[in-house]
Design a binder for this molecule. Sequence first.
Ligand SMILES: [Zn+2]
Length: 350
Amino acid sequence: MVPVATQAVVKTLTAEQVRETKSQILICNTYHLHLKPGEEIIKKSGGLHNFMNWQKPLMTDSGGFQVFSLGFGRDFKMGKMLNKEESLSIKSGHQPKSLKIARDGVFFQSPVDGRKLFLGPRESIKIQESLGADIIFNFDECPPPIADYEYTKKSLERTHRWAIASLQAKGYKLQAQSLFGIVQGGKFKDLRLESAKFIGGLPFDGFGIGGELGFDKKEMFLMLNWVTKILPEQKPRHLLGNGHIGDLIKIFKSGVDTIDCIIPTHYARHGIAFTSSGKLDLAKSVFLKDKNPLDKNCHCFVCQNYKRNYISHLFRAKEITPLSLLTFHNLYFFNTYIEGIRDKIKQGEF
Ligand SMILES: [Zn+2]
């Protein structure tokens, strides 16, 4: 699992603490770091690894997902998953309100200072080269989940054109950085297959699977199985932005190697602990009388030293320390869980 370090930090933790959660790699956000502090500042600090004191592997996404979240995502207030009842539809030719999707990239306004900005495959690669992560991603369009077939098909043509432009921009000059191509295609089987064939046939170092992942979990697993069957087996596959703990075994069984996911850290900041007996909501007053550790099977320093009653009290008192304790425990818990899956794969039990 790749914890999310959007602004070059896993929220609430120091890099030393993140290392102790057994995390091996982090993903930072190209778009956010481009806006603040800007890639030049990071480059002059010796690159992202030095800047954030993280000497283990790093990924940066391409910024493509922000095209979706600042555009149609904002217009329709939606995430990657939708309810089936949703009746809206985005058709071919539609443009989001706050940005313009053009042939070679996206025009938008900086939410920081209102500057007019342009981001396309060439710009994204250039920024990611300056940031200096080990694994970088091609610039893509993540089509909104309510896009119709025609919109998604047009969007996929753009993503494929941008994939080639990303490869050309990188030009194999920095072998130290691996470039991953992103498979899109929305919820449509033929487009997903076409994208897996096209992107899988290009000389990327690995692959990302992005975008709309079906209206329900069953569709997501079907889609993952279609795509992973086509992608070259000897190259890594990364599932972008997905990983509920209950889905992890199925996700890895489908042939995905790595995932990045905000769930352990995001839930922690909302008072939720993941444990071997399910999720705990530490905001609930019942935990004020509970003298157990978050999880008695967990060996993390939080579970060795702190009790549910204290963490619940701190959270209810709106202190900031419990956010960091819960983030540490959740990351350690997810990493230990996935370690178990890795061991099973090694032993051929999968
Ligand atoms: Zn723990």
